[in-house]
Design a protein around this ligand. Structure first.
Ligand code: ATP
Ligand code: MG
Length: 221
């Protein structure tokens, strides 16, 4: 069964900027989709449409065959608890600690709540930032914040992970580490959609490459 379908989707940002033109994309359970293309191509817009932050101007999006236009805000929040989203601009709470930022994600998803502390430290250690657990996010470097954003999204083992340039601020060693984690996540049969123009990631032959240019899909391998 398809998890997500974009059917003839166009997005026009007011007043008349065509950010996406007639996009057709099917995401099946267990897919690893790599969305690529130059700056401004529309990658983030595709992701925002999928997680419901923007609405298509034309066309329709389906989640498990249910059209988004039939969904209420409440349904969306429910689905999103089951999805992990890594935002290009992190979207962390700057005045909360690293630990608190991650904890919120587990509480909202109602997952691993009993083993929360152990699990959070396990992930922080894996990402080499456990010594920052009690620091406020605004005191972290960009790369460290990116790591917290990644942990927050994957720690709840979401059914689908949506990752917008998750390695944009990281050094090669951290990028390698994160790639391993993403591959592992996908090996478990979970769905992953990743937007990136990082050549290191693109050269890995990870999954289905979807190429965008100026809002048009130019390649769907
Ligand atoms: N809220 C908005 N209002 C108007 N135009 C927008 C808005 N968001 C994005 N755009 C425009 O839509 C186009 C696609 O933006 P998008 O963020 O999807 O690109 P991207 O492929 O993610 O780029 P990058 O690689 O830089 O992250 C850009 O030209 C951008 O200026
Ligand atoms: Mg983007």
């Amino acid at each position: 069964m398809s998890l997500i379908i974009l059917k003839s989707v166009s997005k026009i940002y007011p007043p008349f900027f065509k950010a996406l033109i007639n996009i057709n994309l099917e995401i099946n359970k267990g897919d690893f989709i790599v969305l690529t293309g130059p700056t401004g191509a529309g990658k983030t817009t595709v992701l925002k449409l999928i997680y419901g932050e923007e609405k298509p101007t034309f066309g329709e999006i389906f989640y498990r065959d249910v059209p988004y236009s039939k969904l209420k805000t409440k349904d969306f929040s429910f689905f999103r608890r089951n999805w992990g989203i890594i935002f290009q601009d992190y979207k962390l709470f700057p005045d909360l600690t690293v630990y608190e930022n991650i904890k919120i994600s587990l509480i909202l998803s109602k997952k691993f709540v009993k083993e929360m502390k152990f699990r959070i430290y396990e992930y922080l250690e894996r990402f080499n930032i456990s010594q920052k657990a009690q620091k406020k996010v605004k005191e972290l470097s960009g790369g460290e914040q990116q790591k917290v954003g990644i942990i927050r999204a994957i720690i709840k083992e979401p059914e689908m992970l949506i990752a917008d340039e998750p390695t944009g601020n990281l050094d090669p060693a951290s990028i390698k580490e994160i790639l391993e984690i993403l591959k592992e996540f996908n090996k478990d049969g979970k769905t992953l959609i990743l937007a990136t123009h990082d050549p290191v990631i693109l050269n890995q032959n990870l999954g289905k490459i979807v190429k965008l240019n100026r809002g048009e899909m130019i390649q769907d391998v």
